[in-house]
Design a protein around this ligand. Structure first.
Ligand code: GLP
Length: 258
């Protein structure tokens, strides 16, 4: 894994956006995996600036959301369908029909989940997956003890995740109990992965994911097995990394050996 430590969250957004832009620029019809949550919002705003400056375009791009709540109307402002439409599809200029979210829409959730993996494969797979990380080490909604070989499926949300996400709802009881999430093996099939994290609340999860053992108790640790995963964090999120100096040194000297 490459670990990039920036002074603040703005630095994280800038480095992550340039990584996305590099990949988008090399593909005719890039396929992006998009996370919701607070972490990638600054990255999406950076990309919006680049679209406005005509440095990149997403008009021929496809996007797959990582996850969606089950039991929440699509039109609810906290549904990931709404969040992706507002923060990715519209501002970045994706064609709405090219943006996919695992929505139940009256179908059996298990079938929706299985079809989602098929749709990703039919699109040629994900070129670049953007990820955040939960305070408990989850990626997507793969909660601790998720199988490292999991595919897109229905999951029960942990108490911590429902608590963490209550800020998007009128009351904590309104947070759905279930979701559909890309599985860990699904996520690992992306050709490149960029995980962004800022703030002290993520420091323990980042350290466990990067430097801890590979374990289903920290689902993000599965990224250690990916050949092209970049973890971009601010100083606070990096504060519990034992090898922080090494990561800084490696990043500073990266271009010298290329
Ligand atoms: C959420 C999402 C994840 C997200 C994570 C962190 O529940 N399902 O995709 O990365 O938790 O969220 P945030 O970035 O808001 O801290």
């Amino acid at each position: 894994m490459e670990v990039v430590i920036m002074a603040d969250s703005h630095g994280v957004d800038v480095v992550a956006a340039s990584r996305v832009a590099d990949i988008v620029a090399t593909k005719d019809s890039p396929v992006l995996g998009v996370a919701t949550g607070s972490s990638p919002q600054g990255l999406y705003r950076q990309l919006q600036g680049m679209v406005g400056a005509r440095e990149i375009a997403f008009s021929d791009a496809t996007a797959f959301a990582l996850d969606e709540y089950v039991g929440l109307p699509e039109s609810h402002p906290a549904s990931y369908a709404s969040v992706v439409a507002e923060t990715v599809t519209q501002p970045l200029g994706f064609a709405a029909e090219n943006v996919h979210v695992p929505l139940v829409r009256g179908d059996p959730p298990d079938k929706v989940a299985a079809r989602y993996d098929t749709a990703i494969a039919r699109a040629g797979g994900v070129d670049l997956q953007v990820l955040g990380i939960g305070a408990n080490g989850h990626i997507g909604f793969n909660e601790p003890t998720s199988s490292l070989a999991s595919r897109t499926r229905v999951k029960t949300l942990s108490a911590q995740t429902r608590h963490d996400n209550a800020r998007f709802f009128a009351s904590p009881e309104d947070v759905p109990t279930h979701c559909i999430t890309q599985g860990l093996a699904t996520i690992l099939e992306a050709r490149s992965i960029v995980l962004v994290a800022s703030g002290a609340a993520k420091a323990a999860a980042v350290a466990a994911a990067v430097e801890g053992p590979l374990t289903a108790m920290v689902p993000a640790s599965v990224l250690q097995t990916h050949p092209d995963a970049t973890i971009i964090v601010d100083e606070q999120a990096a504060s519990r990394l034992q090898l922080a100096e090494y990561y800084r040194y490696t990043y500073q000297h990266k271009h010298i050996v290329q």
